[in-house]
Ligand binder design. Structure first.
Ligand code: SF4
Length: 121
């Protein structure tokens, strides 16, 4: 491989990694700002956190703080990820959990999306 091609691929890889890092940083910053429980602290959760700018998050009208869902036609007071049947709290960081509706990415317990379903009592 020529030096210029190698250089091109290195720059392209760096660019992709930088965009992923920036998106992740944006999500963490948004969480720290809007989520009452703050940003996650464990690396495991940070690495698999739902990207709030992703198509999936947008399609589901996901919000990091359920208070921001007021006005959505499907939202009712008291609904949040913590009491949704798709939420599975993390053992080490229980205010974050995996959600089956977003490919088992982590969401904050205070979040909400239009696929919300209450847990059975
Ligand atoms: S499906 Fe439930 S747990 Fe998953 S993001 Fe929506 S409200 Fe939260």
């Amino acid at each position: 491989m020529s030096n210029s091609r190698r250089s091109f691929f290195k720059k392209a890889l760096f660019g992709v990694a930088s965009v992923a890092f920036l998106k992740s940083s944006e999500t963490l910053a948004a969480l720290a700002k809007s989520c009452p429980q703050g940003a996650p602290t464990t690396d495991k959760v940070k690495k698999k956190l739902l990207d709030y700018t992703s198509k999936t998050a947008k399609r589901l009208n996901f919000v990091a703080n359920s208070a921001d869902a007021k006005g959505h036609k499907k939202f009712k007071a008291g609904q949040n990820c913590a009491n949704c049947k798709f939420y599975k709290a993390d053992k080490k960081e229980p205010v974050y959990g995996k959600c089956a509706m977003v490919a088992n990415k982590y969401v904050p317990s205070c979040g909400w999306c239009k696929s919300y379903k209450p847990t059975k009592k």
